[in-house]
Design a protein around this ligand. Structure first.
Ligand SMILES: *Cc1c(COP(=O)(O)O)cnc(C)c1O
Length: 340
């Protein structure tokens, strides 16, 4: 069955695999890891996950390398961020080693779904944690389920690596100042669906959100961080209402490797006039280059790419990070876990 998958034409969607792994936190401790072949979970209808949004997740990928080995990119960082998200929503943190062990186990159990090298496809790993305790009064759960599921996903850039456009609007925020923006929780995504649909309906790939307090600075896209290249520097927003993207963190390191100075700071909308490149970055795409950013409220159009092609820095980032993930370029920063 898995041999019949058309790897290069896989969508970014859910494909059933053989197994998922689960662990339940109950009576003050994490239990045994369970391997399940069911796609369903049994959950109380009054569980806190369903009523009060106690749900967090992660997204990372495993790749089949040029040498046939399986590589997972920066898993420990995802484990750390998952812990921070749990703390942010008053959920039980999953120990980082348990997180990593379960990700590796889920990958191994579904090895036949790891797309072959060279297809651009990968095995997406989706850890999630939910509050299981039935509550009517608002209070955190004391039982939690941690699940790692995996699904093969196709190459992000089906039509080739090319620019898309973003829009700015003051009509919507995805997160509040001092809210949950820096945690990876489903609630932030629910809060961004309306704006995301509006953007898609108007032909944009995403909304570039402004900081929710002053509406003066750039924040991030719905599911991805934002950076630009300005005066030969890598600039990316410093904000505590955005999710600390591991891809962004990696690109900052690659920029330094490439001799490009990095600035994490407030970026005003006006500065978009003077940037030579801009992109959204995250696990799904690595970086998705931006052609134009339209401010829907003022009618201002910021043309980022004059020739309509992805810029040289973004193209180099994409090539380098892809090459590290597939084992074609040496992993000098210790980002890769080889699954044996
Ligand atoms: C997951 C996510 C990102 C990207 O993070 P990566 O670790 O690079 O995949 C960016 N913004 C938001 C809101 C996210 O949920």
């Amino acid at each position: 069955m898995a041999n019949e998958i058309d790897w290069s034409n896989l969508p970014f969607g859910y494909v059933k695999t053989d197994y998922n792994v689960r662990c339940l936190y109950r009576d003050g401790k994490w239990g045994e890891i369970e391997v399940s072949d069911s796609e369903n979970i049994n959950i109380h209808m009054a569980a806190t996950a369903l009523h009060y949004g106690q749900e967090i997740f992660e997204g990372l990928k495993a790749f089949r390398g040029v040498d046939g080995k399986i590589r997972i990119f920066r898993m420990e960082e995802n484990a750390r961020r998952f812990r921070s998200s749990a703390e942010g929503l008053l959920m039980e943190p999953v120990p980082e080693d348990l997180f990593c062990r379960m990700c590796i186990q889920a990958v191994k159990l579904n090895e036949r779904f790891i797309p072959p090298y060279g297809t651009g496809a990968s095995l997406y790993i989706r850890p999630l944690e939910i509050g299981m305790t039935p509550r009517v009064g608002v209070k955190e759960a004391d039982e939690y389920l941690f699940i790692v599921l995996v699904t093969p996903v196709g190459p992000y850039f089906k039509g080739g690596f090319r620019n898309t456009n973003l829009c700015i609007t003051r009509e919507y925020d995805r997160a509040a100042p001092r809210g949950t923006g820096r945690f990876k929780c489903g609630g932030n995504y629910a809060a961004s669906l309306t704006a995301g649909k509006m953007a898609h309906d108007k032909g944009y790939s995403a909304v570039l959100y402004l900081d929710p307090k002053e509406k003066k600075y750039l924040d991030e896209c719905g599911p991805a961080n934002f950076y630009a290249i300005k005066d030969g520097k890598y600039i990316t927003p410093a904000s505590d209402s955005i999710l600390p993207s591991i891809t962004n963190m990696s690109l900052m390191t690659l920029a330094e490797d490439m001799g490009i100075p990095v600035e994490r700071r407030h970026i005003t909308i006006d500065e978009l006039r003077d940037v030579s490149e801009a992109a959204a970055c995250g696990t799904a795409a690595v970086c998705s280059p931006v052609g134009e950013i339209d401010d829907l409220d003022t009618g201002e159009k910021y043309i980022i790419s004059r020739d309509g092609k992805p810029g040289p820095v973004t193209t180099e980032f994409y090539n380098r990070l892809s090459a590290i993930r597939s084992g074609e370029m040496e992993d000098t920063h210790g980002w890769i876990t080889i699954v044996e």
